[in-house]
Design a binder for this molecule. Structure first.
Ligand SMILES: [Mn+2]
Length: 437
């Protein structure tokens, strides 16, 4: 059935490519190929419905910059509010047309500054028709894959409990249609998202390149007395002037004790001589994230203790990357990190797992079971030694080091997409020294 559905949509040649490679390719628009792939993963008793992200208010009359819901962005490439995508393998009647893919648009919801690309493999209609079309399909299917709503819950202050809007609306739908089960769309779409096409890898590379320029600039500017936010501003300036729409997550610039706080984002402290700064940052270009961490000495030279920790983390980092093979269990990445850090005497200062998928989301979706060609993930071992830890010599106390790069899995092993960003201690010291002359 899956094969038949894809053939119907794209013809036998493209269908073979999609089925052979997971994502395609020749003659097909990138996003149409993704829709065809997801359609092929569904059975005829199911449908998928995805809504645009809601516009979030920052303060009265001022919104946060709009960012599309990730699954909808993946399947349409459209970064605008007011869209709803419906995919139904059994076909949907919209007037006289039978379609498998329908994109509903609400011209009133967006500013019209971006032109909407036609959906060649389906039809585009006004949002006013959504209710009728949706009501037509619901009694006929047993599984509805739906985007998870955001925010996931609101506080019911009166009764002092969280109110799960998602669960409530799902329950209501299932009550009205007893044969229907509403499921989260992400695990379905993730089966496609987890393997990156060459088109996607290109975008990730662009985000990484912009991030790398930012980190290089920060290395040049860093000196005792600099504020964390100055480093943040320099990094984000370099990202944005290379086309980033935003950082892919709040920039983490942690100096001294802040280097030990994993998701630190205040970035307000003044960095002092002798400290380290952890800079965990990433650009987002055309909807794709980078996620890179560099740790540098504020004064331009690592102390001998800092260098010892730094090189242990780097050793773990390089060993993880060297171990990358198609077919390898994901959990082996952590095992390699554990083995190296244990041999170096720093295992007990390691706090988090060493990798996650990277793509449209900085913590991208997909199972973390077995490495497959086309996956992109981060490698980010770290060592964090508390200021108060008396089990180590005083020179080691308060040291936090993390090194993070982005890796593409290929048949020939791991390819470090962020190879060009300086990571050896002496490379970093050289850049920092040169800029201060
Ligand atoms: Mn990361």
């Amino acid at each position: 059935m899956m094969r038949a559905a894809i053939r119907r949509l794209c013809g036998p040649v493209a269908a073979t490519l999609i089925l052979a490679q997971g994502l395609a390719l020749a003659g097909m628009d990138e996003h149409a190929a993704r829709r065809a792939h997801v359609l092929g993963l569904m059975d005829s008793s199911s449908a998928l419905v995805l809504h645009s992200a809601e516009i979030q208010m920052r303060s009265p009359d001022a919104n946060y910059r709009f960012r599309q819901e990730s699954n909808l962005l993946y399947l349409t490439g459209e970064n605008r509010p007011g869209l709803t995508l419906l995919i139904a393998p059994r076909g949907i009647h919209v007037g006289d047309t039978l379609a498998h893919i329908v994109l509903f648009v609400n011209p009133a919801a967006d500013d019209g500054a971006l032109s909407l690309r036609p959906v060649a493999d389906g039809i585009t209609v006004h949002i006013q028709r959504f209710h009728d079309v949706f009501a037509q399909i619901l009694p006929e299917i047993s599984t509805l894959y739906a985007s998870s709503f955001s925010p996931a819950f609101m506080a019911d202050w009166l009764n002092n409990r969280p109110m799960f809007l998602e669960r409530e609306s799902r329950k209501e739908l299932e009550k009205k249609y007893p044969n229907l089960k509403v499921k989260n769309a992400t695990p379905l779409v993730a089966q496609s998202r987890v393997i990156k096409s060459p088109w996607e890898v290109e975008r990730i590379r662009a985000s990484i390149a912009a991030t790398g320029e930012g980190l290089r600039k920060a290395m040049e500017l860093c000196r005792p007395g600099i504020r964390e936010y100055e480093l943040q501003a320099a990094i984000e300036y370099e990202m944005m002037r290379r086309g980033a729409s935003a950082p892919s997550f709040p920039s983490i610039i942690g100096s001294g004790p802040n280097a030990l706080i994993l998701h630190y984002e205040h970035n307000y402290r003044t960095a002092a001589a002798g400290e380290l700064v952890v800079m965990d940052v990433g650009a987002e270009i055309e909807g794709y994230a980078a996620d890179i961490t560099r740790t540098i000495p504020v004064s331009g030279t690592f102390s001998s203790e800092q260098k010892k920790v730094y090189n242990a983390v780097l050793h773990a980092h390089d060993s993880i990357i060297a171990s990358v093979r198609v077919g390898m269990p994901w959990s082996d990445l952590d095992k390699v990190a554990r083995r190296v850090l244990a041999a170096e005497g720093f295992e007990k200062f390691w706090k988090h797992s060493v990798s996650h998928h990277l793509g449209i989301d900085v913590h991208d979706v997909g199972k973390m079971d077995t490495l497959r060609a086309g996956m992109v993930f981060t490698v980010e071992p770290g060592v964090y030694i508390s200021e108060k830890d008396t089990t180590v010599a005083p020179g080691f106390r308060g040291i936090g080091v993390r090194i993070e790069d982005d890796v593409l899995v290929t048949e020939r092993g791991g390819v470090v997409l962020s190879e060009a960003i300086p990571r050896e201690a002496r490379e970093i010291e050289k850049i920092m020294r040169k800029s201060k002359r």
